[in-house]
Ligand binder design. Structure first.
Ligand code: XMP
Length: 518
């Protein structure tokens, strides 16, 4: 597809590996400014091709004096002419590259600190209080600023912000992008609008309009397929493509037998009636369940399921004829992960996103959401009139309930997790907690424990409740569900779901655990 965001004035964030890099991008986009994250060593030509109105150097875990410390691939003073803001490690890169000095600090600063601004007329601190709380996370410190710079703020005895006297290059040691720096958004906006003078022309509405134009001209008179999962991303992607080319897109929604209760029927109906999508619902339950018989290894399950999806799409696309494109709901975090300073991440789970299909069928990809974060996708979904029941639904993995049955997947095990899933959703909605947790679901464990029901001994299975809060699924914390909600869940699960006599609650965060158990 076209150069991302080429019609917008852009801010570039060079990623030095900070856990907060994506947050910087979000804060900028919240100010309606287009922003792209590039790896720290992006060549000067790549950066210049975006015609940036400003460049932000992110934080990162390295020390600038390390032998292999990540550095920009170009001289920031001589090979750029736009404003630059260095954050944390980014400030240290500026200091060390432009003739200052960075050393390990005796006074490592983590968490809150009080910032004192000494140069109140500095454009990035304009109209802000002279002191404020900021969030720090660093072990090194700038001991000498580069020639032609001045210190603009400090924390307890330590230099914390500087700028060059010409007003083009700025550095802050604290993190303005995190919520723990209450004036951080204002500082970033000062940089964007007072220093870079960038236009605020990025909004969901402009993205939809742009994508529709791009898809129209890309697809011409050809045909397109889209695999719907029932989740938010594929639904929004399909709806944008539908606006562009109407019924030349065929959406395929497969009943794998691994969906939640009633999901196949209600979702198909909603797609057709409320959203006028051209949808084929295909019932493949028998095929999926027989292919999964005896399969217990999580990666084997994912492979079996991925292959069956591919076979199904390939067969259906063959029947439609002349299909040249595949629509996918890839999001921006997926795109950055493979290019960031951390390098392609190790395969932890083979996520099913119809991988393999494009090559096998020589399809070209259409990914209308590849510049967006999940919350932006939800906003766009609302603009497109997609019913709220879709947009607010908890994410659901492609391999479905198969990765929530530990061990063999069979109709009896699926009945247990499906019944348990319905109860968990009902209770969370009743407690008005559904929207504040990222995901909540049952996991069926492959062990039996002893219980007593009435006067009888029971020897039955265990269900674990997994409930997490998260901003994007990449990191997560276990949700602090109130005890009375847990009590109701436990009592309903054991009395209403045949085959279990014990409920446990998962209190692991991600990392080190993952959200799904397999
Ligand atoms: P994990 O378990 O890796 O999950 O912490 C992170 C998020 O991704 C979802 N997930 C998947 N989504 N295909 C998907 O489309 C998959 O194969 C898959 N596996 C996990 C998971 O539900 C969580 O939201």
């Amino acid at each position: 597809m076209n150069q991302p965001g080429s019609s917008h004035e852009a801010i570039i964030v060079l990623d030095f590996g900070s856990q907060y890099t994506q947050l910087i991008a979000r804060r900028i986009r919240e100010a309606n400014v287009y922003c792209e994250i590039l790896p720290f060593n992006a060549p000067a030509e790549t950066v210049a091709s975006r015609k940036p109105k400003g460049i932000i150097l992110s934080g990162g875990p390295a020390s600038v004096y390390d032998k292999d410390a990540p550095k920009p691939s170009f001289n920031i003073l001589e090979e750029t002419d736009c404003p630059i803001l260095g954050i944390c490690y980014g400030l240290q890169v500026i200091a060390s590259d432009l003739g200052g000095e960075v050393l390990p600090s005796n006074n490592r600063e983590y968490g809150y600190a009080r910032l004192f601004i000494s140069e109140r007329e500095s454009p990035i601190f304009k109209d802000l209080p002279g002191e404020m709380d900021v969030w720090m996370s660093h072990g090194d410190q700038v001991t000498k600023i580069p020639p032609g710079f001045r210190v603009t703020a400090h924390t307890e005895g330590t230099l914390n912000a500087f700028e060059d006297l010409s007003g083009r290059i700025f550095g802050v040691q604290f993190h303005p992008e995190v919520a723990h720096t209450p004036f951080g958004g204002r500082i970033l906006q000062n940089f964007l609008f007072r220093v870079c003078r960038v236009s605020a022309d990025w909004s969901p509405r402009t993205i939809i309009a742009e994508q529709i134009q791009i898809i129209k001209s890309l697809v011409g008179d050809e045909k397109v397929i889209c695999g719907l999962s029932g989740g938010v991303d594929s639904t929004v992607a399909a709806t944008i493509v539908h606006e562009a080319i109407g019924d030349r897109q065929t959406c395929i929604f497969v009943n794998t037998g691994l969906l939640r209760e009633g999901e196949f029927e209600t979702t198909c109906a909603l797609f057709k009636q409320k959203m006028s999508l051209n949808v084929i619902g295909i019932d493949e339950e028998g095929e999926f369940l027989s292919a999964l018989r005896g399969v217990t290894d999580p990666e084997d399950k994912r492979r079996v399921i991925g292959k069956l999806f591919i076979d199904t799409f390939e067969r259906e696309a063959g029947a439609i004829g002349n299909v040249k494109f595949l629509v996918q709901g890839t999001l921006y975090p997926d795109v950055i992960e493979s290019t960031s300073v951390r390098g392609p991440s190790a395969v932890i789970k083979s996520h099913h996103n119809v991988g393999g299909l494009p090559e096998r069928m020589r399809l070209r990809l259409i990914e209308p959401l590849r510049e967006l974060f999940k919350d932006e996708v939800r906003i766009i979904g609302r603009e497109l009139g997609i019913p709220e029941e879709f947009l607010s639904r908890h994410p659901f993995p492609g391999p479905g309930l198969a990765v929530r049955v530990i061990g063999e997947v069979n109709p009896e095990h699926l009945r247990i997790v499906r019944d348990a899933d319905r109860i968990i959703e009902e209770e969370l909605r009743l407690a008005k907690l559904y929207d504040s947790v990222w995901q909540a679901f049952p996991v069926l464990l492959p062990i039996f424990t002893v219980g007593v029901m009435g006067d009888f001994r029971t020897y039955e299975r265990v269900v674990a409740i997994r409930a997490v809060t998260s901003a994007d699924g990449m990191t997560a914390d276990w949700a602090r569900l109130p005890h009375d909600v847990l009590a109701r869940l436990s009592s309903r699960l054991i009395s209403e779901v045949r085959g279990i006599n014990r409920v446990v609650f998962d209190v692991s965060s991600k990392p080190p655990s993952t959200i799904e158990w397999e």
